[in-house]
Design a protein around this ligand. Structure first.
Ligand SMILES: Cc1cc2nc3c(=O)[nH]c(=O)nc-3n(C[C@H](O)[C@H](O)[C@H](O)COP(=O)(O)OP(=O)(O)OC[C@H]3O[C@@H](n4cnc5c(N)ncnc54)[C@H](O)[C@@H]3O)c2cc1C
Length: 274
């Protein structure tokens, strides 16, 4: 199928793009890598009057590293991260996540900003950025604001973005020592969206975090599981009980099969982390 007709604009600055996206009465969308939006337009799942092309805005391409954090501009592609073209302060976690997103053709164009803006429940970056406690910077008609990615994503395909908002990039706090992590993903075939994504990390002080994605409308930290794993000499039985408690708290709709699959996936990530 072919998309319905729309106007096209390529603004030169983020401010111009924000104004264009906020045009009164127009149904507008920003396009970055186009890997999700183009199919949606082609299938007419999305219908717009104006496409605002942000893919060449240099302000969205910045990547900077400081002692405290890594800044990734919204237009950073999955391929650039996979290829190590941006610093990975997280002991290889970013490269591993990027390299397992879809196929290389999608990774060449798809961006981290587009992935988080879309907030697909099965997408990898939201889960990873929540696990790393990243913040997102958004430029909009009301100025610039910064939010934790965990608060930015509300629900399935639902975020705090409003008309005229553009994700500028992500600030990811650097760990104090080489990060220990595990990343496990269940997908029907290589390159397909995941049925389960589990990320476990352990900081220098021993604090553990576990985030589960593709199990509900948005990725959720598995707090009871993380607490149980942090406790000395906790048995696998106790960890499994904590996982069940987290399912009840955050993913109450899972059936028995899904619970078994996610539990196995979480335990794989935890084993890799240790
Ligand atoms: C076959 C296939 C398989 C895939 N498999 C996976 C997978 O396994 N895991 C995974 O995580 N993803 C997967 N994806 C999605 C892929 O990662 C996309 O690249 C990503 O979801 C969207 O990035 P994009 O830059 O292409 O965004 P676009 O398609 O350009 O835009 C997507 C949406 O985000 C908005 N947007 C884009 N950039 C911004 C911004 N800076 N500020 C505000 N809004 C913005 C757009 O308006 C649009 O609504 C897959 C895609 C395909 C086609």
């Amino acid at each position: 199928m072919k998309s319905a007709p729309f106007d096209y604009l390529r603004p030169k600055t983020v401010a111009e793009a924000s104004v264009a996206l906020g045009r009164r009465g127009a149904n507008t969308a920003a396009i970055a890598g186009g890997q999700s939006l183009m199919p949606m337009l082609g299938l007419r799942v999305a219908l717009i009057d104006l496409l605002v092309d942000i893919s060449r805005l240099d302000d969205l391409k910045l990547v900077t590293e400081t002692l405290d954090s890594l800044w990734l501009g919204a237009l950073t592609t999955h391929a650039a991260i996979e290829d190590g073209k941006v610093p990975d302060l997280f002991n290889g976690l970013l490269r591993r996540v990027a390299g397992q997103i879809s196929y290389r053709a999608v990774r060449n164009h798809g961006t981290i900003g587009g992935s988080v803006a879309l907030a697909d429940p099965s997408a990898d970056w939201p889960c990873c950025l929540i696990a790393l406690d990243a913040t997102v910077r958004i430029a909009g008609r009301g100025g610039v604001r910064v939010e934790r990615v965990a608060d930015f994503i509300h629900d399935s395909y639902s975020t705090t973005l409003t008309t005229g908002d553009i994700i500028v990039g992500f600030d990811i706090p650097a760990p104090k020592a080489p990060l220990r992590w595990g990343f496990a993903k269940v997908a029907r075939k290589s390159g397909a969206f995941a049925h389960s994504i589990a990320i476990a990390t352990q900081a220098k002080d021993g604090a553990i975090s576990v985030v589960l994605g593709a199990a509900g409308p948005r990725p959720r930290p598995m707090t009871a599981t993380a607490n149980q794993l942090t406790a000395p000499a906790s048995s696998e039985e106790q960890v499994r009980a904590a996982i069940t408690a987290d399912f009840d708290a955050h993913f109450a709709d899972l059936d028995a099969y899904q619970k078994r699959m996610h539990t196995a996936n979480i335990l794989r990530a935890v084993r890799e982390m240790r």
